[in-house]
Design a protein around this ligand. Structure first.
Ligand SMILES: [Zn+2]
Ligand SMILES: [Zn+2]
Ligand SMILES: [Zn+2]
Ligand SMILES: [Zn+2]
Ligand SMILES: [Zn+2]
Length: 317
């Protein structure tokens, strides 16, 4: 009983906060946040909670990534997407393995205005499920503009052809040809702020080297030697061409270096990056938060820090 009276007194004290709605700019920001951050925001105060619950804007672009992705299932997905009242524009489910073909189809049926569908590594979805969703979305003229399906298992060339055909149906040829290069070191990033013109219609294609359906990367090195040699163009999938985790450039077999994160780096990047005082290995851009510092001047990698823990620090300092 005490507990509940405490709760009541808390809500009674808060009308001041309720009276003042959040600054208008907050609504603009909310529309760009992943679902996890929207939920966190809704717990900050009552006015933000109401803003999130009563406004449609934060729910028009649904982005689910870590740490929520492994918990998302068809049922929760349905609940989240229904907040858009059928006006969902972006559905980005990164690595949500519990979402199935049925779950995707239900969302797509209720939200015919989806223009970006990003479902990379959603292993519970099959190529047939993607094609079915695509058919549903392309029935109208304001059709899907970009599709990401890398990491969905068993996508065959025929599936890719069919998907590309659907995607191209409603997109002017000019726009189709404006495809921008895709770089290996930027592969995991999904951003709503990216302009539509800079995104590919579909992330997968047929690798010009091995002819398999894969992500094909371009080489960002302007001065790359291989570009000048037509037979060894450095455009290809990850299996055909090794790439630097830091700059996305292609790596000749002789110049491969390893970072403390075990990612591979080109010699140029390896030479420039700061290195661990113990093992002399750098971290790639994606893993700079793995550094441990022992003093202002020296960096220690996570591996060396864990190995030395209990000896070096307390004994030496
Ligand atoms: Zn290949
Ligand atoms: Zn590099
Ligand atoms: Zn290259
Ligand atoms: Zn180290
Ligand atoms: Zn790394």
């Amino acid at each position: 009983m005490e507990e509940s009276s405490k709760a009541v007194s808390l809500t009674v004290e808060s009308p001041q906060a309720e009276a003042k709605p959040p600054h208008e700019a907050v609504f603009l920001v909310l529309a760009y946040l992943p679902v996890y951050e929207i939920v966190v925001m809704s717990q900050v105060c009552i006015s933000l909670r109401d803003a999130v619950n009563n406004d449609i804007l934060p729910w028009l672009n649904v982005i689910v990534e870590r740490p929520l992705s492994w918990r998302l299932n068809d049922e929760i997905l349905m609940k989240i997407t229904s907040k858009a009242n059928g006006r969902l524009k972006t559905l980005a489910l990164i690595n949500c393995m519990h979402v199935t073909d049925e779950g995707l189809q239900r969302v797509v049926k209720q939200n015919p205005l989806i223009s970006k569908l990003h479902i990379p590594a959603c292993t519970g979805i099959t190529p047939e499920g993607v094609i079915r969703a695509m058919k549903t979305l392309c029935q109208r003229s304001n059709c899907l503009k970009t599709l990401s399906i890398n990491g969905i298992c068993n996508i065959e060339k025929e599936d890719l052809d069919l998907l590309t055909m659907y995607l191209r149906k409603n997109i002017p040829l000019q726009e189709q040809q404006k495809q921008q290069p895709v770089y290996y070191h930027q592969r995991g990033s999904f951003s709503l702020l990216k302009h539509e013109e800079s995104q590919r219609l579909i992330d997968l294609e047929i690798c010009p080297r091995c002819f398999e359906v894969r992500m094909v990367y371009d080489c960002p090195k302007g001065h790359c030697m291989r570009k000048e040699w037509p037979l060894a163009q450095c455009r290809g999938c990850n299996f055909c061409i090794s790439r630097c985790e830091n700059c996305g450039g292609c790596i000749e077999s002789g110049e491969v270096e390893e970072g403390a994160c075990e990612d591979i780096l080109c010699l140029e990047c390896w030479l420039q990056l700061p290195k661990c005082s113990f093992c002399n290995k750098p971290y790639c851009k994606q893993h700079t938060n793995w550094w441990r510092t022992s003093s202002e001047s020296s960096l220690i990698c996570k591996v060396c820090d864990e190995n030395s823990h209990g000896y070096t620090y307390t004994d030496v300092l």
